[in-house]
Ligand binder design. Structure first.
Ligand code: APR
Length: 235
């Protein structure tokens, strides 16, 4: 069990594994997206500059797959935990899906962006906006008011994740740090556990396989997110 005292501040980081039981593919596990697709052709600013149509076809496919998925027991249990911890829980996700929100979470920090948001590719200053569109041809891709093509509001390889100042602040305050379903190979998220532990937090990993950064965790709970999350946290 992960015991949470009334004074504890919990930082939860989720990865693709938390949505696996909802039917969304992970990236590096069996059947993972990067096993069948080349990240360098689909998830870099260079790839988008070279071939925006193919990149949009990829994100349109992911939007369509997402529309067939529902939150699982891990998503709903985290929403319940957020409610019961009343402000002492911080939920940061590497996922671009919206299953945490659909599971009832009120505050979800998407450090890698959101699948159903787009923004101007020319950074004309327009804020990212909600976009559930599916674009399989370049001619279908909307233009920003400034005339530039829009792009998915997703953090691509080589780009800086979002909300990093706030995330570092919350890492400093955490007394308990838990990661659910992330392979621990992508930075900066892979370093969060070590940073939290260095500041004295208890650190836990929840997932079926040992992550690459396993040494940063005090304890690994082996199992799936939907099995573990509803029963592991005790207040
Ligand atoms: N429950 C919990 N964990 C699971 C489950 C499950 N049902 N199924 C798989 N996992 C674990 C796997 O063991 C794997 O370690 O989830 C992890 C998923 O790892 P990745 O596919 O590497 O995903 P993630 O760590 O979230 O990727 C980080 O990389 O591709 C980029 O930007 C993308 O946000 C992503 C980042």
């Amino acid at each position: 069990m992960i015991h949470l005292a009334p004074t504890d501040r919990l930082f939860v980081l989720t990865g693709a594994g938390v949505s696996a039981e909802s039917g969304l593919p992970t990236f590096r596990g069996a059947g993972g997206i990067w096993r069948t697709h080349r990240a360098t052709d689909l998830a870099t600013p260079e790839a988008f500059a070279a071939d925006p149509q193919t990149v949009w076809q990829f994100y349109s496919w992911r939007r369509e797959v997402h529309e067939t998925c529902k939150p699982n027991a891990a998503h709903t249990a985290l929403a319940e935990l957020e409610r019961r911890m009343s402000g002492r829980m911080y939920l940061c996700t590497q996922n671009v899906d919206e299953l945490h929100e659909r599971g009832g979470s009120q505050r979800v920090v998407h450090m890698h962006g959101e699948l159903f948001r787009s923004r101007c590719s020319a950074r004309c200053g327009r804020e990212p906006f909600v976009d559930r569109g599916v674009y399989n041809a370049l001619a279908e891709v909307p233009r920003c008011d400034c005339g530039a093509i829009i792009r998915p509001h997703v953090c691509w390889f080589g780009e800086t994740p979002y909300f990093m100042d706030e995330i570092f602040r919350m890492l400093e305050q955490a007394t308990v740090f838990a990661v659910i379903g992330s392979s621990g190979v992508v930075e900066p998220a892979a370093s969060f556990a070590g940073m939290a532990r260095h500041r004295g937090a208890r650190t836990y990993y929840l997932g079926p396989e040992a992550p690459a950064n396993a040494t940063a965790f005090d304890r690994w709970f082996e199992g799936t997110a939907a099995e573990l999350v509803p029963r592991l946290f005790s207040l």
